[in-house]
Design a protein around this ligand. Structure first.
Ligand code: F6R
Length: 604
């Protein structure tokens, strides 16, 4: 996730900005930069790579007492020096840093280019300084110019801007956090408090729709053009806790980030009314219509996301889909390999086996698509095309928010392909998209019920083993639930298609083996209930993740899921993540770095 830092005071801004950037490194980034306002000029230093590299390129000190800085985690455009923030206008007097995504940047950029603006980067952000430049040229003050530009932006953003002839920093927040730290005769800006915690412990949090002006004396905030008071809070956290947003582990923080990750995944891509999606893909309609098969290749959690997506694609796009563990994959594209689309699903974009499978497929003549979280990763350079899941960086080794964002992205892809192939009507597509758009809220409801999940985890943490069952879309979620639990708690956990229980695993079921069941729409809950009864009659406690009317009478502990059609099993997955987390935490495991595991597996 990108990070923002800012400083307005009477001391040298440079060391403060530099240390703020170092403190933001934990968020994950690929490039970094600062803009210093010195005299009436703005000077920008930026580079791809680590903050230490940027720091090495900076002067020892500066005259600047106002500045902004940024750590970038790419969403539009590869990680390069030019794409790093801050971005400037044609005059170089306006510098902007930005977290989030500006959905309408394409149209804005087109207009700006038509009126003579020259763009240096491939980012969405760069439209902002150029728009401000136009407003300033029309006689607006910096504050007026900034506010007018913010009005024109669609999407999610936290923005900070400095201009040559002002000693202020201009801020705007929409769906991406931004806060202001009050120091001793100096004011700081941060995408979170870690950016300035060593200098300021009193903080003002901006709210969605706020536009603010920062000076050494503090911050003034406007909302809908009217001044508002946002109050000041005292920060009690130490830096380590602050990096984790107050959570004990990155994994728990990332579980709780899922609603926000989903909003980013969906941002600007869904037209629910029309039943269409815009994924910015070049796959031509005739190609999608003539497609014979989609082969999904992936490992681990991404493989489970692929299993989920396969069912959606088969159902809604009327195309044959096979899903392959990448290490077991052998491309078979028949006589016309081009008619097979091979989709690599990988959070990191660097998993050796997934890359190997994709290369094999490409060599044999298949068309390839990467679905990844990581801009500029190896998979994006290997595949013909890339679809980003935009979940933000994931630091905990166990994948959590990226799973739900992978499935949501692929659900949009299924709707897109289904519409192009005339397999899905606009009305059917609207319904599916409505469910996908309901995900952030439904996931939030599950997160709000965390205390109940913890209580259930306390009751069953010392069990001999854990079994996870589900059917259809509940099956990949059962596999994923078991994977999460085993990798962070080191307990024996297995996932099965519910119907398979009686074909063998039932021999292991006792009163010491809780069974976690997915009892939702899209997961054939009535059939799964038969398996639940089989387990219960062997004494097993059953923990049901269920939507209304599915199975609450039969289960020992129940987690509620709102009505959300085929997206319901994804909410069950959130309960399973929380359950795994609490079991592991009660056992004192190294949750963010489980033994023997790595975040990115780059060897076969
Ligand atoms: C499990 C987990 C792994 C990864 C797998 C693939 O929590 O994180 O199973 O899902 O190593 O990684 P990516 O998605 O980066 O290819």
């Amino acid at each position: 996730m990108c990070g923002i830092v800012g400083y307005a005071g009477h001391r040298d801004a440079l060391p403060r900005l530099a240390s703020g950037l170092s403190n933001l490194e934990y968020r994950g980034y690929d490039s970094a930069g600062v803009a210093l306002r010195e005299g009436d000029d703005v000077t920008v230093y930026k580079t791809v790579g680590e903050v230490s590299e940027l720091r090495a390129s900076l002067p020892e000190s500066s005259e600047a007492t106002v500045g902004i800085g940024h750590t970038r985690w790419s969403t539009h455009g590869e990680p390069t020096d030019t794409n790093a923030h801050p971005h400037t206008d044609c005059t170089g007097d306006v510098a902007v840093v930005h977290n989030g995504i500006i959905d309408n940047y394409d149209a804005l950029k087109e207009d700006l280019e038509a009126t003579g603006h020259t763009f240096a980067s491939q980012t969405d952000t760069e439209v902002v300084p150029h728009l401000v430049e136009d407003e300033l040229a029309d006689g607006a003050s910096a504050k007026e110019a900034f506010a007018a530009v913010v009005e024109r932006l669609e999407g999610s953003f936290a923005l900070a801007m400095v201009v040559g002839d002002s000693e202020e920093i201009f801020l705007a927040r929409q769906d991406s956090p931004l806060c202001v730290g009050h120091g001793d005769d100096e004011t700081f800006v941060g995408s979170d408090v870690t950016a300035f915690l060593e200098y300021a412990r009193e903080v003002t949090y901006l709210e969605n729709g706020d536009v603010a002006v920062v000076t050494p004396d503090g911050v003034t905030v406007e909302h809908d053009g009217e001044p508002v008071e946002r109050g000041v809070e005292q920060i009690e956290w130490e830096a380590d806790a602050a990096e984790k947003g107050g959570y004990d582990h990155y994994m728990l923080k990332e579980i709780h980030e899922q609603p926000q990750a989903l909003r980013q995944t969906l941002s600007g891509r869904v037209d629910e009314m029309q039943g269409t999606v815009d994924l910015d893909l070049e796959l031509p309609e005739e190609y999608l219509r003539s497609l014979e098969e989609i082969q999904i290749v992936a490992c681990g959690t991404s493989y489970h996301a692929g299993l989920y997506a396969a069912k959606l694609l088969e159902e809604h796009a009327d195309v044959r889909v096979t899903v392959h563990v990448a290490s077991e994959y052998e491309f078979k594209g028949g006589r016309d390999p081009w008619r097979t689309l091979v989709v690599a699903v990988t959070q990191s974009g660097e998993t050796a086996e997934t890359l190997g499978a994709l290369r094999d497929a490409a060599r044999t003549g298949a068309r390839t698509l990467a679905v990844t979280n990581t801009v500029g990763s190896s998979v994006t350079r290997t595949a013909d095309e890339t679809l980003y899941i935009r979940a933000g960086p994931e630091i905990g080794v166990a994948a959590t928010k990226t799973f739900v964002s992978q499935v949501a992205t692929l659900a949009l892809f299924a709707v897109h392909v289904g519409r192009q192939r005339d397999a899905l009507s606009a009305t059917e597509a609207s319904e599916i998209l409505g469910d996908v758009r309901g995900l952030p809220g439904a996931v939030q409801q599950a997160l709000d019920a965390d205390a109940g999940v913890r209580a259930v985890a306390e009751e069953y943490a010392d069990s001999e083993a854990f079994f996870f069952i589900g059917r259809r879309l509940g099956h990949p979620v059962a596999l994923e639930g078991a994977l999460k639990l085993k990798e962070i708690s080191y307990d024996h956990a297995e996932g099965f298609p519910a119907g398979e229980l009686k074909h063998g695993p039932l021999a292991l079921v006792t009163d010491q083996t809780p069974v976690l069941a997915v009892l939702t729409e899209g997961a054939r809950p009535d059939a799964t209930l038969n398996s639940v009864k089989e387990a219960e009659s062997r004494g097993a406690p059953v923990i049901g993740c269920h939507s209304a009317g599915h199975g609450e009478k039969f289960i020992d502990a129940a987690f509620d899921i709102p009505d959300l059609g085929e997206m319901e099993p994804l909410v069950a997955n959130v309960y399973m993540q929380l359950f795994a987390y609490h079991v592991a935490n009660l056992k004192g495991r190294a949750i963010d770095k489980p033994r023997n595991l790595a975040k990115s597996v780059t060897v076969e």
